[in-house]
Ligand binder design. Structure first.
Ligand code: MN
Ligand code: MN
Length: 315
């Protein structure tokens, strides 16, 4: 394929500047199946800030990734061409203006049928993706991994935060609620509505308790049943889906989560064959990380996303 990682058998993996998986850093959409782009906006967060440094930390960890995915038996770049598109020029502290910039930069990507993988930043960026997607392609189903539902109405009276993107997206007609599923919600809540509201919107919600009790395969089947019919899908993965033991570098950690292996399995089995329009991986906060384990986990989850795109091309 046209754009692939630097061959690490010729140039050691620690050489050169950091792009995702050592892909070429270009803003091209011709002969490109997917792009990876940083969206380093973190002033939508409600607790620990610093996810603006997430994209570069995840790129740094990603240089270790190899092109053959053994678990899915596929050599990714035999089937897809990809680029590191650089970062979107967000404006710290100005969320609505940042959304406008995201729409300007992402809409042509979606329109071209290229799949963007956005690295956050905090979870507020998903609304920028969904607005751009709606303008380019119309509403999509949401497959959302997170310990939080992010469907609150407001924080301190403010409607645009990292805790509110999916309620706003629904109100704005960006989502198909009856085709959407949220997985991993847990932790102390303010009130029952924090989960119940999402179910009333029409989302299927599998809490962490549901998944721990019924298993990863059950959760994967539910994703397939909900969205596996060809509906266009945005996959949004908040790294706090993982337990803080596996992802301490995040802004609002919640205990009782998942191992990296469980997340890999769920992403491998649950997302197989879906009609992807976009992905994001958000809330990596390097300053709270230890030994880069959160960044490695994030890079590894994105690797599974890219593998899914490649598997769809292989068919
Ligand atoms: Mn979130
Ligand atoms: Mn979260």
């Amino acid at each position: 394929m046209k754009y692939q990682p630097i061959d690490s058998s010729k140039s050691p993996r620690f050489c050169g500047n950091r792009t995702f998986m050592r892909l070429p850093e270009i803003q091209a959409l011709e002969d490109v199946d997917f792009i990876v782009t940083g969206v380093p906006f973190d002033t939508g967060c409600s607790f620990r800030s610093g996810a603006r440094f997430g994209p570069q930390a995840v790129r740094e960890a990603s240089i270790l990734l190899r092109p053959y995915n053994y678990e899915q038996d596929i050599n990714i770049f035999e089937h897809v061409s990809g680029a590191d598109y650089g970062d979107i020029d967000i404006i710290p502290g100005y969320i609505l203006e940042t959304y406008e910039r995201m729409i300007d930069q992402l809409k042509p990507v979606y329109k071209k049928g290229v799949i963007p993988i956005c690295i956050g930043g905090d979870h507020s960026i998903s609304l920028g993706e969904l607005r751009a997607l709606k303008e380019a392609n119309g509403p999509v189903a949401l497959v959302h991994f997170d310990s939080h539902s992010d469907t609150w109405d407001n924080y301190w009276g403010m409607r645009y935060t990292h805790g509110t993107p999916f309620r706003r997206a629904l109100e704005e007609g960006c989502l198909i609620p009856e085709k959407s599923i949220q997985l991993g919600m847990r932790g102390p809540l303010y009130e029952p509505g924090d989960i119940k509201d999402a179910r009333e919107f029409g989302f299927e919600v599998l809490t962490s308790g549901d998944i721990h009790r019924k298993g990863i395969d059950f959760a994967a089947e539910r994703i397939q049943k909900k969205t596996g019919d060809g509906t266009p899908v945005l996959v949004s993965f908040d790294i706090d889906f993982l337990d803080p033991a596996y992802a301490p570098g995040t802004g609002t950690p919640e205990i009782g989560g998942f191992t990296t292996w469980e997340a890999q399995e769920l992403v491998r089995k649950g997302l197989r064959g879906l009609n992807f329009k976009g992905f994001d991986l958000v809330e990596v906060l390097p300053a709270s990380d230890h030994g880069d384990i959160t960044s490695f986990a994030a890079a590894g989850i994105i690797y599974e996303f890219i593998t899914q795109i490649a598997s769809n091309k292989k068919k």
